[in-house]
Design a protein around this ligand. Structure first.
Ligand code: GDP
Ligand code: IMO
Ligand code: MG
Length: 430
């Protein structure tokens, strides 16, 4: 039995949700291990569109256990409204099918306010966050002043936790010109939502270890993408968690030996939302075309995603950092009709060739991409469900991507629809 970790191998929005939904048929448990409702996943099943933020992308299929692990930061009010919306679409969510780790940190309204207030300090340049309080909540977790799911169960503990958090936040808010937090109103709001959240609360580490011993198949669902990782991403233009595969174990309470296969989700070109370096970004008609054909608008904020050519140097780097065994190459259909397609194979920095993106911000900014040009194809790949449906030039493109990143393609995706997917190697059986 294999357990599979899915991680984004670029700057997010690679199509993780679609692939996790597809793979969930083969899994028993689908577990989120980091991030929060900054994630936005769109699933399309027989023309019906589902949008998820905090819920694991396995929920739609039904009959599977969905887990929100301790590595996640959870906005309880958002979760309750997300559950209500998805239920309206006919999806069943019960304490038997959804489990939330008791040690999961909770995002409070003051986290979102702080996130947005900081982003408004234009003098130091914004990150371009989703404004959902993700960074401030992770700060509080590490700062030992966060309120966790289990704290909702005991009034005295809850009040103690709130008071501890507010000593810090009210001082910060005064400096930013924000009103102090209304303590009693916050406690009342938490008490009002506590029951809704606690019905799903469980010692996830224990349940996951038991499931693993029982031979159940676990699918770990990463959010964001490796270049947004707090350590290995394009800092400070990153999210506030480790998003790479190593986080999957700590984010639910399993050992690293629970991971058998790491599947990197890779878009056939590159996109990024928010600020920060992006060597292959296009500001021309090709970039517009990628954005239009790929419908590149953020699910969470509606922002236009920046678009550019495939950067093999970056994906080679993220494959190494997450130990990616195989990739799912998505949105190949968006490249249909380009006469030629460019792939970045490395960079030039001050006259020197580099095969990776350096860490220093000034160097990242000065790196210029080295491209090779590949012949495009005029046929449509949209909806292709087997290699035989792909034009020769598209297969060549896929093979060249594999060569340059040093990692094989395990899956291919050719439209937003669940079943427009080609399985090359089953990650659960590999
Ligand atoms: P995630 O955050 O990684 O789950 O990705 P998003 O859902 O934010 O963004 C991916 C978008 O591309 C969604 O709108 C998907 O429906 C869509 N999508 C996924 N795979 C494909 C594909 O192979 N072709 C096309 N055209 N769209 C796809
Ligand atoms: P999915 O799971 C793309 C980006 C934001 C911003 C930076 C920090 O859908 O791939 P944050 O709110 O996390 O503090 O913002 O990270 N970002 C994402 N970009 N896809 C995502 O998630 C993202 N989650 C965060 O745009 O640049
Ligand atoms: Mg997304």
């Amino acid at each position: 039995m294999a357990n599979v970790v899915v991680v984004g191998a670029q700057w997010g929005d690679e199509g993780k949700g679609k692939i996790v939904d597809w793979l969930s048929e083969r899994a028993d448990v689908i577990a989120r291990f980091q991030g929060g409702h900054n994630a936005g996943h769109t699933l399309v099943i027989d023309g019906k569109v589902y949008k998820l933020n905090a819920l694991p992308s396995g929920v739609v299929r039904g009959g599977k256990l969905s887990v929100i692990g301790n590595g996640v930061v959870l906005d309880p009010w958002h979760l309750v409204s997300e559950i209500a919306k998805i239920r309206e679409q006919g999806v069943t969510i019960t304490p038997e099918t959804l489990m939330i780790a008791e040690n999961t940190p909770l995002i409070m309204p003051y986290h979102g306010e702080l996130d947005r207030a900081r982003e408004a300090q234009v003098a130091v340049g914004k990150i371009g966050t989703t404004g959902r309080g993700i960074g401030p909540c992770y700060e509080d977790k590490v700062g030992r002043r966060v309120i966790r799911v289990a704290d909702l169960a005991d009034q005295a503990t809850l009040e103690l936790r709130v008071d501890r958090a507010l000593v810090h936040h009210n001082a910060l808010r005064a400096g930013l010109g924000l009103e102090p937090v209304d303590r009693d109103a916050l406690i009342a709001a938490l008490n009002a939502i506590a029951g809704e959240i606690l019905q799903y609360a469980a010692p996830v580490w224990k349940v996951m270890n038991e499931l693993r011993r029982a031979g159940k198949r676990i699918l770990f669902e990463g959010a964001q993408g490796s270049l947004l990782d707090i350590d290995f991403g394009t800092y400070p233009y990153v999210t506030s968690s480790n998003v790479i595969a190593g986080q999957a174990a700590t984010g639910v309470g399993l050992g690293p030996n629970a991971i058998d296969f790491v599947l990197g989700i890779v878009k056939a070109y590159t996109t990024r939302v928010g600020e920060g370096p992006f060597p292959t970004e296009l500001h021309d008609a090709d970039g517009e075309r990628l954005g239009t054909r790929g419908h590149e608008f953020g699910t969470v904020t509606g922002r236009k995603r920046r678009c550019g050519w495939f950067d093999a140097a970056l994906v080679r780097q993220t494959c190494a950092i997450s130990g990616i065994n195989g990739i799912a190459l998505t949105k190949l259909d968006v490249l249909d009709g380009f006469e030629t397609i460019k792939i970045c194979t490395g960079y030039m920095l001050d006259g020197q060739a580099l095969d990776y993106l350096p860490t220093a911000a000034d160097q990242q900014a000065r790196c210029t991409p080295v491209y090779e040009e590949i012949e495009g194809w005029s046929e449509s790949t949209e909806g292709a469900r087997s290699w035989a449906d792909l034009p020769g030039a598209a297969i060549k493109y896929v093979r060249r991507v594999e060569e340059l990143i040093g990692c094989p393609v395990a899956m291919l995706s050719t439209s937003p629809e669940r079943d427009d997917t080609i399985l090359v190697t089953d990650p659960f059986e590999d």
